[in-house]
Design a protein around this ligand. Structure first.
Ligand SMILES: [Zn+2]
Length: 333
């Protein structure tokens, strides 16, 4: 482009280039692409600040991404989510008054601060801080914040589930999900339904879930949970199964594990600690859930496992494949 060179002041041509540059951030070499301009008259090279942030800022962004640190934009989002000014949040965290402002404007936060920033995403932690610190925020503002935090804590469970649903269910409903969106509430309640009373072995639970979803698809052309099932060596498994169990056991405390001896090996039995909430299910879904429970009542974990290995959907897929619900037509029930 024909323009005035900021270095030599001549009306000349500046050619733009994209360059890779290595910048050391806290001892770690970070490569960033930067736009540079070169003057045809004086030969000087300089950064094209119209096109980008400066290379240091780019390197910081990349460094934070690599180390899972919070980005300035996220810090700003959290703060405004709580309705706090930069100064208020800094004081609440016991930091220097300008700290949050510096971070939001791109300064690289230290690691201890970064941990705290991650922690206060959970309203429970911010409420603790607020209760420990009687001076940072006072009066009406304090009461309002405390109220909002307590409301957020109450809504927390629901919000966590929504956020998992976005994360784990980002796929388009298709033949692998039984033409339904992932419904985590339904998954949790189906698991609770099958683990009432004596509980069931993990292996059996997985097969019950598979049969319930597939049978409902066979009869009504849609799955119950919108979940996908994966072909593993030991049978069809609910995708992200371990994650759902961990959430129910450790976060919700709705499920527990009991070890039980079977001959000479120990099996893990899952037992519901709360009753399933069945209000979210259609009557066809409840009917199928119950009929599967009844059908497999006398089956041991290995009986049902063996049976699932004979299903066409299992036999015709390979390890780690998703199993299409289209195979439900040939279900051996
Ligand atoms: Zn020049």
């Amino acid at each position: 482009m024909q323009t005035i060179c900021p270095k030599c002041g001549e009306n000349t041509i500046l050619t733009s280039n994209i360059e890779e540059q290595e910048i050391i951030v806290r001892g770690d070499p970070i490569t960033v692409s930067v736009n540079t301009l070169r003057c045809e008259n004086c030969g000087e090279e300089f950064y094209d600040f119209n096109e980008q942030d400066d290379p240091i800022a780019l390197a910081y962004l990349e460094y934070r991404r690599k180390n899972s640190m919070m980005q300035p934009r996220e810090i700003r989002e959290i703060r405004s989510h709580y309705g706090l000014s930069q100064m208020e949040l800094s004081r609440l965290l016991g930091w220097g008054g300008a700290t949050i402002s510096r971070y939001e404007n791109g300064a690289l936060q230290d690691l201890a601060h970064d941990k705290v920033l991650h922690l206060i995403r959970d309203p429970r932690n911010l409420l603790h801080l607020l209760n420990d610190n009687s001076t940072a925020i006072q009066g009406e503002k304090r009461e309002k914040l405390a109220r909002n935090l307590m409301d957020a804590i109450d809504d927390g469970q629901g919000e966590i589930k929504n956020c998992y649903e976005e994360l784990l269910g980002s796929y388009t409903p298709d033949r692998f999900s039984g033409y339904k969106r992932l419904n985590i509430e339904n998954i949790f309640n189906t698991i609770l339904f099958y683990c009432i009373g004596e509980g069931v072995l993990k292996t059996k639970l997985n097969k019950l879930l598979f049969y319930a979803d597939f049978l409902h698809f066979k009869d009504y052309s849609a799955s119950i949970t919108g979940a996908r099932y994966v072909h593993l060596t030991y049978g069809p498994i609910l995708d992200n199964y371990e994650f759902y169990l961990a959430t129910m056991i450790h976060e919700d405390s709705s499920l527990m594990i009991e070890e039980k001896e079977f001959g000479n090996y120990l099996g893990e039995i899952l037992v519901s600690k709360v009753s399933p909430d069945l209000r979210g299910f259609k009557s066809s879904e409840l009917k199928v859930l119950a009929s599967i429970k009844e059908y497999f009542d006398g089956y041991t974990a290995s009986d049902i496992s063996l049976k699932s290995h004979q299903e066409k959907g299992y036999k015709e897929t390979d390890d780690l494949d998703f199993i299409s619900y289209e195979y439900a037509d040939s279900l051996e029930l």
